[in-house]
Design a protein around this ligand. Sequence first.
Ligand SMILES: C[S@@+](CC[C@H](N)C(=O)[O-])C[C@H]1O[C@@H](n2cnc3c(N)ncnc32)[C@H](O)[C@@H]1O
Length: 210
Amino acid sequence: MDEQKSLVARLFAPPPKNWPAGVKFLATNHWSDSIPLELLAFYVPKQWPPPPQSPASAATPPPTHTPFPVKEATKERRVSVKKITDPSHPAFGQCGLFAATALAARTHILDYVGQVRLAADASETSDYILSFDRVTGLSLDAEFAGGEGRFCNDFRGVCAKANVEFDPYRDSKTGQVKMGIWVLAKDIKKGDELCVSYGKGWWRERGLIS
Ligand SMILES: C[S@@+](CC[C@H](N)C(=O)[O-])C[C@H]1O[C@@H](n2cnc3c(N)ncnc32)[C@H](O)[C@@H]1O
């Protein structure tokens, strides 16, 4: 019941401060209608935990699916979106994601929320797209609709190394597979920018490094 209340509260929550006009704020992932229902049931099970006898149990992944680890998600709002006003920052004039509270090493901060699509329907131009499941090829794109996670910048030119990572998991409360944003090995101070590594491939594909 508490879980249901907090979901309703999140679904109707207004966009956070500094949210850009033209981007739809999503509290939870939007799953494309073209994703087959059997595939969808693996990522968003109707019943959790699954019934012990069920052969189609979502806990036993088909061999063609990634077996996501079950982890606990935080319920707190732990980030803020801010405009970058420092001219020496490589994303000057854009936005970034910042710690709204101190964040302990290896903890869940928030989820990267967006639109989940089949590989065939994935955007080829989005700068807000992640691989959601390498095995099935699903993508997660927050270009036009998403959550605060879409503002996480790459560490290059900002700080010495990434302080957070994107890693998918199965939410222990709901059974849903989500893309978590997690603190790496060091605690993060309130006010620090959260920076991930997009990977060299991301910059190479855009012709920004060789
Ligand atoms: C996922 S978005 C990050 C949020 C973005 N700053 C915004 O306000 O919408 C990725 C884009 O942010 C910018 N960006 C992120 N990290 C950067 C970095 N280290 N150096 C330069 N630009 C960066 C680039 O324009 C990139 O295409």
